[in-house]
Write a protein that binds this ligand. Sequence first.
Ligand SMILES: C[S@@+](CC[C@H](N)C(=O)[O-])C[C@H]1O[C@@H](n2cnc3c(N)ncnc32)[C@H](O)[C@@H]1O
Length: 269
Amino acid sequence: MSSSTKISWYLANLRNLLVVCVRVFIYCCIHPREFYRLSFYFFSTLNEFYQVSHGALEDFEKTRLCAQMKSHMILARSNVFNAEAFVTRPSETQTLAALVCHLRPRTIFEIGTYNGFTTLHFAYNSPDDCKVYTLDLPPDFELEDERNYSYDDLMVVELSKKNIARRVYKQDPLGRKITELFGDSEKFDFSPYYGKMDVIFIDGNHSYRYVESDTGNAFRMLSPNGVIVWHDYDYIIHRDVFKYLNSLARRHRIYAIRHTRFAIYGKNI
Ligand SMILES: C[S@@+](CC[C@H](N)C(=O)[O-])C[C@H]1O[C@@H](n2cnc3c(N)ncnc32)[C@H](O)[C@@H]1O
């Protein structure tokens, strides 16, 4: 290929990029709601690059687990259309489903049920006899101190309380694998689960204090080959999670999973 072909290819793409920017700008001026979607995707992508450039976690690509997952076809079941603002994004849901499919856990513990979206994905992608426990605040929960909750967390907590009866697994036959638990994760008694959980998913209150306490409990619940997955390792909205995991990475090998806001730990990954 001659260098002039190469240059004209780059120039043509640059021109197309400019055309797209101008047209999208005009479109967003006419449809401001679409601007919100655009900025969401823009910030998400930027945020994910920030993990790589300024995070202290290692790249999940380095793990044996990642190599194993890449080496075969994983037909995970996931609904990538149903991702609303407070649940995992499509690529994240797919990643989580694939992980569970591959690991074949017998027990899963989730902190932060919300509408049961990730919970149902755990039920769908784990072996038939897997038990999925999911913990959220009870419907009559009253906040003692709002300062422990960010604006984002407060919104989700309110919505979550209203949605308890309508959680997505309520009408699903695989809902039988799920046990709902209620309580504040900082005060909940996790001791019956110590040493027994193969997958632990942390997605509750995103303040430093709570992520630290949830993580402590997760380590106590972890089975010998178990993994802990954190959601929202991101600097823009969940800065405390970002800060906490970066500090935890000094003591444990924690990996960031690209194209997601997941961090993962496992003794044998
Ligand atoms: C972001 S949502 C979870 C979303 C869900 N994992 C998904 O992606 O489908 C966070 C949930 O954590 C719950 N939560 C917040 N603080 C909590 C606490 N202290 N203890 C237990 N659950 C809490 C909220 O009520 C909310 O339902």
